[in-house]
Design a protein around this ligand. Structure first.
Ligand SMILES: *Cc1c(COP(=O)(O)O)cnc(C)c1O
Length: 387
């Protein structure tokens, strides 16, 4: 049987009947939107991710857009982010009328380079066209960005900091989750993410009660929330009092029910992912460039990404052995036509170089040692032939 790139069926089998019962319970309850599982899941996710406030929402993309809306970021504003990421990280800036400003990455972790961030902010300030407002750091491939250094740069310039943890929810640095340093941490529950649901979903984690309230309002068309109504009386149902331009970004109750089940085994799955990563490193580090995790960091290994000289050759060789691979990301965002007009001060030499070299191997908590050894052997055979 071919080895899957990500194996969601083994996880489903492990979760078994309780998972199917949880879904059926929602179907039978009729509470398809904002049912009780939503609040239960938000509480459980906050406990896992060390965040006092959690808002579930429609997707990881909307999780990034909602805080930009809450902070009133819009035309004339600059939001700094890496270009070596999934498009959604940069897409939300034009969606609110603001401009992404692309920043280079560190060559060993693929995450935002704090010194390059500082230079990019200075360049935008000197240029004077855009007003720096926020930074979005990405926990690429599952490992935490250098938050102590990035937060120091953001603070120095008075900017908000978002941790885009769509690939990294559950990762830690010195035992702390990204929200320890960031104003907001976001994640995605797209099925292929380390913590995924059975459709689309996302979450915004924060530490500020008023910000959370505004996010609650924006999630449902800017409707008035409790803190908006304190001390006021209305002669109509304030449910239809719309104080902001919001959107509809509710997560389905069924997805919350699925996620409550998955969250119960997530810590164990992160350990399993780290075992898989360690076996790859032991078997491959002398023949390809294996990933390096930031000192003090624990990755959730959304991807296991290696670098090789002859990438196309290795991909074809593995395909011949029915071993799937993927390239994240072949075209950095600033090289995409629709993003090419946005600033990337000083160019992004590391990003440009990495896009031509990286490739990702099968990675999930249920990869067996036997399958992994077959993958390692195939890569070693290719490397030996090309040595
Ligand atoms: C997947 C992803 C997103 C978007 O999440 P969706 O739920 O698909 O909208 C944002 N940022 C990064 C880094 C991602 O990998």
């Amino acid at each position: 049987m071919p080895i899957p790139f990500i194996d969601l069926q083994s996880q489903r089998a492990r979760l078994g009947q309780p998972l199917e019962d949880a879904i059926l319970k929602v179907v039978r309850s009729g509470a398809y939107v904002m049912g009780p599982e939503i609040a239960q899941f938000e509480t459980a996710l906050g406990a896992f991710g060390q965040a006092p406030f959690v808002l579930s929402c429609g997707s990881g993309t909307e999780a990034l857009q909602l805080p930009l809306m809450a902070w009133g970021i819009g035309p004339g504003d600059a939001v700094f982010c890496p270009s070596f990421t999934f498009a959604a990280t940069a897409e939300v800036m034009p969606l609110v009328g603001a401009s992404p400003v692309f920043v280079d990455i560190l060559p060993d972790t693929y995450n935002l380079d704090p010194a390059a961030l500082d230079r990019a902010i200075e360049a935008v300030k000197a240029d004077g066209e855009l007003t720096p407002k926020a930074v979005i750091a990405v926990d690429l491939f599952g490992q935490p960005a250098d938050y102590p250094a990035i937060a120091a740069v953001a603070r120095k310039h008075g900017l908000k900091l978002i941790a885009d943890s769509a690939q990294g929810f559950g990762c830690t640095l010195n035992g702390q989750h990204p929200i320890h340093w960031a104003d907001v941490a976001t994640t995605s529950f797209f099925p292929a993410k380390p913590l995924g649901c059975y459709g689309d979903g996302g979450a915004v984690l924060c530490k500020d009660a008023r910000l959370h309230d505004i996010l609650v309002s924006l999630r449902v068309h800017g409707q008035a929330v409790k803190s908006d109504l304190e001390g006021k009386t209305f002669d109509h149902d304030p449910k239809y009092l719309n104080l902001r331009i919001g959107m509809n970004s509710r997560m389905d109750t069924i997805q919350a029910a699925v996620l409550l089940q998955k969250l119960s085994i997530f810590a164990d799955e992160i350990e399993a992912r780290n075992r898989v990563a360690a076996r790859y490193a032991a078997g491959l580090s002398d023949v390809v460039a294996v990933p390096k995790v930031i000192e003090g960091g624990v990755s959730v290994w959304a991807q296991y990404t290696i670098e090789v000289g002859d990438r196309d050759g290795l991909i074809a060789h593995l395909k011949g052995h029915e071993i799937p691979t993927a390239v994240y990301y072949p075209i950095p965002i600033h090289r995409q036509d629709v993003y090419s007009a946005y600033p990337a001060p000083g160019g992004l030499p590391v990003t440009d170089a990495k896009a031509g070299k990286v490739m990702s191997l099968p990675m999930h908590p249920y990869l067996t040692p036997e399958d992994q050894d077959a993958i390692i052997a195939a890569i070693r055979a290719f490397a030996g032939r090309n040595a």
